[in-house]
Each structure stands twice: as C-alpha cells, then as structure tokens.
Design a binder for this molecule. Structure first.
Ligand code: DC
Length: 226
C-alpha cells in the first residue's frame, strides 16, 4: 500500500480514561505528532448538556433530555485544526467548562438517546480519515474494531489536584462514579487497551509510549513529524 492509499483509510486511535486523567492533552499531542485529526468527544457531551441547560431542560429527567437531544441538530465544526461541537447552529465552546455544565454532564451522558446520537456523529466524522478520538467509551463501544486503544489513568487524588490547579471545581469522584456505573457504555478498560498511568509521566513520555505501541502494532506514519 502506498502513502496516497493510506490517506483515504479510516484509522482511529481510541483514548479513554476518567476525568482529569490527562487524556485530552496527550490525545492532542499524539494527533499533532501523527498528523491526525483530534476529536474530544467529551466536548460533544458537554455541548448537549449546555444546550439542555439553555432550554431549561431538567438534566436529571431522562425523558426530557432524550426529547431535547432528539430535537436538536449536532454537527462537528472545524476551526483551523480544531474540531468542535455545533448544536442547532450555535458554537458553545465558551460555555463547555462552566461549573453548571461540569455538574450536569455525567447524568446527561448517561441517557441512552444522547449516547446513540453522539456515537453516530463521531463515527461519521471519523469515516475515511485518520483521527485520535478521546472519551470514555471510544475503544469499548464507539470503535471496538480499532486495534489502537489506550486507557489513560491516574489516582483520583492526583486528578482532583490537577483540576484544582486549573482553577476548576469539579467533583471528580462523583463524575467517576456516574460515568463508570451507567448502564449504557460505561467507562471501562476496553479489551486489548494499553493502560498508561500519567501520574509519573510527562506528556512527552506518554506520547512516546503510545507511538512505540502503535508502531509495534504496524501502524505506518511520517516519523519525521515533531
Ligand atoms: O472528558 P470530559 O471530562 O470533558 O467529559 C465530560 C463528560 O462526558 C464525562 O463526565 C462523561 C461524558 N463522556 C462520555 O460519557 N462519553 C464520552 N465518549 C466522552 C465523555
């Protein structure tokens, strides 16, 4: 297979892990290193949550959330190399890390209709492209067929401290509990995923470990990229 051929193939590198494990940072860095797209699927769940809150939908009411998401239109917009959610034509990026979104995103993400719609949008986005996708269920449920799967982790205290250092107040333990115990596509280590603990490694160290792994699996990419 020559290089031109590979560019039209779907390649997904799935990176899952709990809140504040560092997966967004390493996923973005890995995508830059490989020349791949980067998609933060958590931002899509945050965007739906923001959209529900903007319409005064009760985020604890499964039926109300399902109805709101069913009536909304979710797209993935592009801004240079950034891919971001667009809901009903609005760009919610300025609101995605607001406290009220942090507090409601896990229950909204547990609604099966939300997961169904967003998983479909992520699959369409990745079709025929090379993408690093990070989230909670990317390797286990959205792209179970990809051979390139990572699970990024760190102890809960380390993750809570990271959020505090970023000036954010997030109840990490509560989010972990809801994300990993929901009935549809819970956070889990996908079969075959490589687990990396980020508490003692810097971003470069994690990316180097991932590159080594995917090379060993036979993925071909431009190794001169930095
Ligand atoms: O990665 P994050 O903390 O920004 O994600 C926000 C929430 O979105 C998280 O609590 C669970 C949900 N999520 C999900 O259920 N599935 C994904 N693939 C990504 C995020």
């Amino acid at each position: 297979m020559n290089k031109a051929d590979t560019s039209s193939f779907t390649v997904v590198i799935a990176i899952d892990g709990p809140a504040a494990s560092g997966k967004s940072t390493v996923a973005r860095a890995l995508a830059a290193r490989l020349g791949y797209r980067f998609l933060n699927s958590g931002d899509l769940y945050r965007a739906i949550t923001w959209n529900c809150l903007s319409q005064d939908v009760d985020c604890r009411n499964v039926g109300a959330v399902a109805s709101a998401v069913g009536n909304s239109h979710v797209e993935i917009g592009c801004d240079g190399t950034d891919y971001y959610p667009v809901v009903d034509g609005a760009d919610p990026r300025a609101h995605l890390r607001e406290q009220v979104v942090n507090a409601n995103v896990s229950p909204v993400s547990a609604v099966p209709a939300v997961r169904y719609i967003l998983s479909a949008a992520i699959r369409v986005h990745a079709q025929g492209r090379q993408t690093v996708v990070e989230g909670r269920d990317i390797g286990s449920a959205v792209f179970p067929e990809t051979p390139y799967k990572f699970y990024i982790d760190a102890p809960a205290q380390v993750r809570q401290r990271r959020r505090r250092d970023q000036g954010q107040t997030e109840e990490i333990a509560k989010r972990d509990f809801i994300d990993s115990t929901r009935s549809t596509d819970p956070l889990t280590i996908a079969p075959g995923a490589t687990v990396i603990d980020t508490s003692t490694l810097d971003v470069e160290g994690v990316v180097a470990a991932m590159v080594e792994k995917i090379c060993a699996q036979g993925l071909v990419f431009d190794r001169t990229r930095r």
